[in-house]
Structure formats: C-alpha cells, structure tokens
Design a protein around this ligand. Structure first.
Ligand code: ATP
Ligand code: MG
Length: 406
C-alpha cells in the first residue's frame, strides 16, 4: 500500500469575502504562518491548491504524527478546518484502495458515506460515478458498516484536481478567523490574570499582530507575575498569536502614586498611567490600538465611569473584546486556549500592591485630573517606556521597530 499514497493535511479556510488581492494576501500569509509552526514536524512542503493549503508529510510519517500536525494547524487563526488523508494518482483503482486505507484509520464509527467531487472535467468520471465506484469498494472492505446519506459518522471525501486526487476521512474544525498579520499591530495590556490572554487571542484571531505590555510590581514585589506572563506568551506562541511582550517595572511609580494621590483614586491613576505607557509603546511599535481584558462591571475599576476615566488618558482607540462576556465564558475560553491553569496561579501583580480599601467606582474627571496634575506624568511615561524590557516570541509576520537613538 505504501507506494500508492502520500500523507497530507488539507487546510481549509473560509473563502467568503476574500476577493482579488485580499485573497492572495490572505493565502500567502496563512501559508507562511502555518509553515513556521510545523518546522519541527516531518513536513516536506506546503502548496496552495484550489482554495486550500496542502501540507505534504514525509514518507513513512504515521497517523499519530499526522494527527499532531493537524492539531497544531487547527489552532492557527485563519484555519477553518483541517483534514488528514492522502494524495494519490487519478486512477480509480488506486483511489479505491486509498479510500479503504483512509477509512480504516477512523475508529469508533458505524455509518459512512462517500463524497466525491472533481474540479476539472478533464477527469472523465463524474462525481456521481466516483461516489458509486469508491462506495462499492468501501462496502466490500467494511461489510459490517452501514452506508448512510444523511449525517453519517464518517464522510470519506474524494477530491480530484488537475494532477492528483486527495482522499480523507478525518476532518476537524479549526479556530477560524483571519491569519495573524493581515490586520496590523495592536498593543495588549497583559496581566497574568484570566481575561487579558483571552482578549489578546481574540484580536489575533481577527488577523492582528498582538504585542503585550505587562506592568510588574518590581522592584516593590517579586517578579512572579513576569514568569507567569512568559508562560502565557509561550502558550500563545504555539499558534503564532503573540509577537513580543514588554515588561515594565512599575512598582516604584505605583508607590509614588500611593504616597501622593487620594486613596480612592489610586487604582484609576495606576490604570491611566499604564494606558499612557502602553500608548507610548504602541506609537514606537506603530501599533494602531490598545486592547484590554475588561468585562463590564466585573470589578470596581470596570464601571462605565471608570472605563471612561481611563480611556480619557489616551488618544488611541481602546478595544475590549471581552466587555460583554460573562466570567464563566471567559474561563471556558481560557481553558480551550490553554492559559487558564497558568492564570489561576497567584502572583502579586502591581494591581494587588498598594490597593486602597475603598476604590472609587464612579470617578469624576475633574478630581482625577486634579490629582494627576500633581505628578510628573509625561516624564514618567517616557521613563517607563524607555525602561520597558522586550521579550520576543515567534510570530512570522512581525517586524520589530527600528532601534531608537537614545
Ligand atoms: P485580567 O483577568 O485580564 O487580569 P481582571 O478581571 O483581573 O482582568 P483588572 O485586574 O482590573 O481585571 O484588569 C483589567 C485589565 O487591565 C486587564 O484585562 C488587563 O488588560 C489590564 N491589566 C491589569 N493589570 C495589568 C498589569 N499588571 N499589566 C498589564 N495590564 C494589566
Ligand atoms: Mg487582573
């Protein structure tokens, strides 16, 4: 059987709305993103074939490895579905044998059907005839299984293209969305909490290149949160969803605010300063927006008044992908993403340090601005942005900004 086929993963994406130049940019970006993530697997090459990507696996690659490759690719933004199967020659007898092979690799099914199609009429057998011919071979090879046209357990797909046939029985959904790199850069405020990694990932899934900025309580607290953020970034890196994280040692500045500002306004003032520093870093990176993991009403700082008071600190648009989500939904999404267990560990991040007993829930702008005017905020923003330590992660579409002259 070995000489008859080559193992492949077919990567499907939604073509809706993809036209002209957009479409070719999308496909090239997706190909590069997928390529970078499978370097450690036995992959020979990846081709674009009629509206999908075909990942060719090395000879002798087993099902288990192929499924691992498929699982990795399914998590890549832009991928709607990944099918695991074989490429073979356009010969009905060979195609029948390969279909048997493909179906024999499925476990736990009672019913199946064949779904054949050709995208060129230069193959003389039409799809109806292919269904019958391949179907007959499968019925003979799997006499104990039933054929079912409506919602069978397994569908054996046979696709005939110009120079080859692709046959697969295993196919699973991907995360969908757009390839990272087609929508520009965003600067994401990344705590080691549950929400912000999810909000960052959601922006990656819409094609943005996420850059994180983490405010650490260092030197006033331990650097535990920095390690957790690094672990979270490594999870996001597995699917190419993060390019860089700036770690900002924020402890001394928080202490200054805590010493001078009215206790009830402290949290808002920390947050305004964080936003301003994030905006400065975003400008240096040429990122177009800030992103946070806030959800309306979840904690004291996330009331409408307080959200407005922090937005007022910056000119850039601030996106909050989780604003209308419920805590449980966020937890479930973090679990799917693989960041939840890391985020559940305790770390004294800068927001737990110097927490006032009664934080303001309805900040009034004049009071906030008055308190802030007593502090050298512009100077601090420049100092903190200069002190930010970049940590890089693999993201093929990311280009770092040119080094600044000091
Ligand atoms: P999360 O689960 O993302 O930590 P949260 O529900 O704990 O959110 P807050 O702690 O008020 O809420 O934080 C709201 C948002 O502010 C976070 O989602 C994140 O975007 C940003 N943020 C909070 N703390 C930090 C930090 N130390 N560094 C960077 N961003 C932060
Ligand atoms: Mg938090």
């Amino acid at each position: 059987m070995e000489e008859l086929h080559q193992r492949i993963c077919l990567v499907h994406y939604h073509e809706i709305g993809l036209k002209g130049r957009n479409r070719s940019d999308f496909e090239k970006r997706l190909l590069k993103n997928v390529e970078a993530l499978v370097v450690d697997y036995p992959v020979v090459t990846i081709h674009r074939i009629s509206g999908r990507l075909c990942v060719f696996l090395r000879e002798g690659c087993d099902l288990e490895t192929a499924m691992e490759v498929a699982a990795t690719i399914r998590g890549v933004p832009g991928v709607a579905r990944v099918s695991c199967g074989f490429k073979c020659e356009r010969d009905l007898e060979v195609m029948g044998k390969v279909a048997v092979n493909a179906l024999s690799e499925c476990d736990d099914f009672d019913t199946f059907k064949v779904h054949a199609r050709r995208n060129h009429t230069d193959f003389e057998t039409d799809s109806m005839q292919m269904n019958q011919i391949v179907g007959a071979v499968l019925c003979k090879a799997f006499p104990e299984k039933g054929v079912k046209m409506k919602s069978p357990d397994v569908t054996v797909t046979v696709e005939v293209v110009q120079s080859a046939a692709y046959i697969y029985a295993r196919s699973d959904r991907g995360v969908g969305g757009l390839p990272v790199g087609v929508s520009g850069k965003v600067m994401c405020l990344l705590s080691s909490g549950i929400g912000s990694p999810v909000s960052l990932w959601r922006m990656a899934r819409r094609g943005a290149i996420p850059i994180g900025v983490h405010f650490s309580g260092r030197p006033q607290t331990a650097d535990t949160s920095e390690y957790l953020v690094d672990d979270i970034a490594k999870v996001l890196e597995k699917t190419g969803c993060i390019a860089r994280v700036y770690v900002v040692p924020f402890g001394d500045y928080q202490k200054e605010i805590a010493l001078t500002a009215p206790p009830s306004l402290r949290v808002i003032m920390y947050r305004r300063l964080m936003f301003k520093v994030a905006e400065e870093l975003a400008k240096r990176e040429r990122a177009g927006a800030l992103v946070t993991g806030e959800s309306l009403g979840q904690v004291a700082s996330q009331t409408l008044d307080n959200i407005r008071a922090t937005d007022e600190a910056v000119d850039m648009p601030v996106f909050r992908p989780l604003i209308g989500t419920d805590k449980l939904e966020i937890i479930e999404e973090a679990q799917r993403l693989g960041s939840f267990d890391i985020s559940s560990q305790d770390a004294p991040d800068c927001c737990t340090l110097f927490m006032p007993r009664n934080p303001e829930t309805h900040a009034k702008m004049p009071e906030v601005l008055a308190a802030e005017s007593a502090l050298p905020v512009d100077e601090w923003v420049a100092e903190l942005a200069d002190a930010a330590e970049p940590h890089d992660y693999a993201c093929p579409s990311y280009r770092p900004p040119k080094a600044r002259r000091s």
